[in-house]
Design a protein around this ligand. Structure first.
Ligand code: GRF
Length: 220
């Protein structure tokens, strides 16, 4: 199996990036993270990359008046590093066709909601405010919209009566750290077939490998 050469784009703490780095290091995920790029100089993700011996690049978006010009700079760096798969891991920028066309169907994002419900920002709070009984996370291919690309994998997280934004977000994040490596492993194994909006997983186990559904905790 050809290992994926991953370039990760991140703006924040980088715990999803760390989960991928850890799974690659322990041999359970056939990827090499070769470059991490952030638009924030102080992003924890950059520090995590450095700690893991991965090239870490800060590209400030502010000097670029045009999003597409910024993406051109990112694409140049990704190409230079020989990246074949782009992972958005808490990247707080809307990407343009410049990036999408450079890596067709090779850009993944993780979103902390069960899409298509609650795209955008602050979505754990939106799920709570709406009164949803289930929240979760979604790994999807990136297209030109905001959190609209074909869904690869989802994990379901029950909303508990005493949840607040922090507690629900924390439980979703635990699932994110499992789901993103799972989706990347399926991609590395060549098991994802994209058919319009549907992403089929070949050679799937009898249970649906693209869904993690943790049991609701017992009441105490
Ligand atoms: C995650 O909740 C992810 O779903 C969202 O941004 C957050 C990033 O967290 N896109 P981290 O930087 O990976 O810790």
């Amino acid at each position: 199996m050809k290992r994926l050469r991953i370039g990760a784009l991140a703006s924040g703490g980088g715990t999803n990036l760390q989960a991928i780095i850890d799974r690659a290091a322990d041999g359970s995920l056939a990827v090499d993270v070769v470059l991490v790029i952030s638009n924030k100089a102080d992003a924890g993700a950059l520090e995590r990359a450095r700690q893991a011996g991965i090239s870490a690049l800060y590209i400030d978006h502010r000097p670029y008046s045009d999003r597409r010009d910024y993406d051109r700079a990112i694409v140049a760096a990704l190409m230079e590093a020989g990246v074949d798969t782009v992972v958005l891991a808490g990247f707080m920028r809307i990407v343009t066709d410049v990036l999408i066309d450079a890596f067709p169907q090779r850009i993944l994002n993780i979103h902390p909601a069960l899409l298509p419900a609650f795209p955008g920002l602050h979505v754990q709070k939106k799920a709570l405010d709406y009164g949803a009984r289930f929240a979760g996370c979604t790994v999807h291919l990136v297209d030109g919209g905001v959190d609209t690309g074909p869904i690869v994998a989802q994990a379901v997280v029950p909303v508990l009566d005493n949840d607040d934004e922090a507690s629900l977000s924390a439980r979703i994040l635990v699932q994110e750290h499992k789901l993103y490596p799972l989706a990347l492993q399926l991609l590395a194994e060549g098991r994802l077939q994209v058919d319009g909006r549907r992403v089929r997983v070949s050679g799937a186990a009898p249970e649906n490998v693209a869904l993690i559904n943790p049991p609701c905790p017992e009441s105490t």
